[in-house]
Design a protein around this ligand. Structure first.
Ligand code: FNR
Length: 341
C-alpha cells in the first residue's frame, strides 16, 4: 500500500509540475537595478556554510521519493545529478524503509551513488527518537530533515489525526540524533510563531517550504475517489511571505516551494534564506531527461545565480541581504496584515 502511495505521489507531482504556476509569491519580489554596482562574475563565490557542512552552492535537491522500484530509479538519477554538481540532496521520507528493509536500497542509493555529498535523511515528526537515529544511519546522513505536514495528513485517507504531541516529539528527536535537524513543511509554509518555537526546541535549520509549488492538498485529494478537500486548496503561506516575517533569531533558513528559476533562488537568498530547495521543478527534468538533463539544468542555474549575484554587487550569497528589494502584490498585503516592515 505504502509503495503504491509513493508511486502515486511521483505520478501526480510529475503531472502537476508540468502546469504553469505563479502563486508562490516570487514574482512579488523585484530588485532595484543599480547600473554601476556590479562586480566580476569570476569574483562570486557561491559556497555557503550550512549546519553540518559547507555546500558548493546555496541549492538543494529537496525531499521527494524512495520506497518502490520506480521511485528508487528516480532516486538514482537525482543522486547522480547531486554528485556531478556538488548539490546537497534530501531523500523522501524513509519511514517506509524502517518498517520494510526490502525497500531500504531505494533510499540508500542516494548515498551509494554520492558517497562524499551532503545527504539529508527525511522522516516525519511523529516518529520515535530511535527511528530518527535509524534514518540517519540508513543514509549515513549529514543532517536529519524532519517534515511537519499536518495539512497533508488531514487530506490523506490513511493520514494521522493527532498533532498535539508534535512539538514534544520533535524535541525528543533533536535530543536523540548527533547530526543537525532541519525541520521542513511540505508546501504550506512555516509562520513566525512556528520558527520561534523551532529555535526554542534547538532546531538547527528550517525549510519554510511554502505554498504555490507542488500542492499536496491537490495530490492527496486526487487520491480520494470522492475528493472533498477542495476547501483547502490555497492553504498556507508562500516561502517569500515566510522569509519576510521570520524572526531575527530563527534557525538557519532554507526556502522552497514553487522555486522555478535562478531568479527565484536569488530572490529567496535576498530575503534571508541561506539556501534554496527545489523538488517539483527538478523532478520534472529528471523524469523527462534523467540525470544528464538534470545536471545540465543545475549547472545552468548555478551559472545564472552567479551572474545575478554579480549584477547585484554580491560576492557571496550573504551579500544579497544588502540589496534593495521591492515587495509588491499579495506579498505586500501579507506584510501589511502581519505588521512586517
Ligand atoms: C515531496 N515532498 C516531500 N517532502 C518531505 O518532507 N517528505 C517527503 O517524503 C516528500 N515527498 C515528496 C514527493 C514528491 C514526488 C514531491 C514532488 C515532493 C515535498 C517537497 O520536499 C517540497 O516541500 C514541496 O514539493 C514543495 O517544493 P516544490 O516541489 O514546489 O519545489
Amino acid at each position: 500500500m505504502s509503495s503504491e502511495r509513493k508511486d502515486d505521489h511521483l505520478r501526480l507531482a510529475g503531472d502537476q509540475s508540468r502546469l504553469p504556476r505563479s502563486g508562490a509569491g516570487f514574482d512579488d519580489i523585484a530588485f532595484v537595478h543599480h547600473a554601476l554596482a556590479g562586480i566580476d562574475v569570476a569574483d562570486v563565490d557561491l559556497t555557503v556554510r550550512m549546519p553540518g557542512g559547507r555546500w558548493d552552492a546555496p541549492l538543494l535537491i529537496n525531499a521527494m521519493t524512495g520506497g518502490s522500484d520506480a521511485t528508487g530509479r528516480v532516486n538514482r538519477e537525482l543522486a547522480v545529478a547531486a554528485r556531478e554538481t556538488g548539490l546537497a540532496i534530501a531523500s523522501g521520507s524513509v519511514s517506509i524503509a524502517l518498517g520494510d528493509p526490502s525497500v531500504a536500497g531505494t533510499f540508500r542509493v542516494l548515498r551509494d551513488e554520492n558517497p562524499d555529498g551532503y545527504v539529508l535523511a527525511n522522516l516525519g515528526v511523529e516518529r520515535s527518537p530511535d527511528d530518527a537515529r535509524r534514518a540517519v544511519d540508513l543514509l549515513q546522513a549529514d543532517a536529519l530533515q524532519v517534515h511537519v505536514n499536518a495539512v497533508q495528513e488531514i487530506v490523506m485517507p490513511e493520514g494521522s489525526r493527532s498533532f498535539a504531541r508534535w512539538p514534544a516529539s520533535l524535541e525528543a528527536i533533536v535530543a536523540a540524533v548527533d547530526v543537525p535537524v532541519v525541520v521542513k513543511e511540505v508546501g504550506f509554509g512555516l509562520s513566525a510563531d512556528t520558527l520561534a518555537l523551532l529555535t526554542d526546541l534547538g532546531v538547527a535549520a528550517a525549510d519554510v517550504a511554502g505554498r504555490g509549488g507542488t500542492d499536496f492538498v491537490q495530490i492527496e485529494n486526487a487520491r480520494r475517489p470522492e475528493g472533498g478537500y477542495e476547501h483547502l486548496f490555497g492553504w498556507g503561506q508562500t516561502a517569500v511571505a515566510c522569509l519576510l516575517e521570520a524572526p531575527a533569531d530563527a534557525p538557519v533558513l532554507i526556502a522552497s516551494g514553487g522555486v522555478r528559476s535562478p531568479l527565484d533562488v536569488v530572490r529567496a537568498l535576498a530575503l534571508g534564506a541561506r539556501a534554496v530547495g527545489v523538488s517539483g521543478g527538478f523532478l520534472r527534468t529528471a523524469l523527462d531527461g534523467g540525470a544528464e538533463a538534470l545536471v545540465a539544468q543545475i549547472r545552468e542555474w548555478q551559472a545564472h545565480v552567479a551572474a545575478l549575484c554579480a549584477l547585484l554587487g554580491a560576492a557571496t550569497p550573504d551579500d544579497l541581504l544588502h540589496t534593495d528589494v521591492i515587495v509588491g502584490g499579495e506579498t505586500a498585503d501579507f506584510c501589511r496584515a502581519r505588521g512586517v516592515d
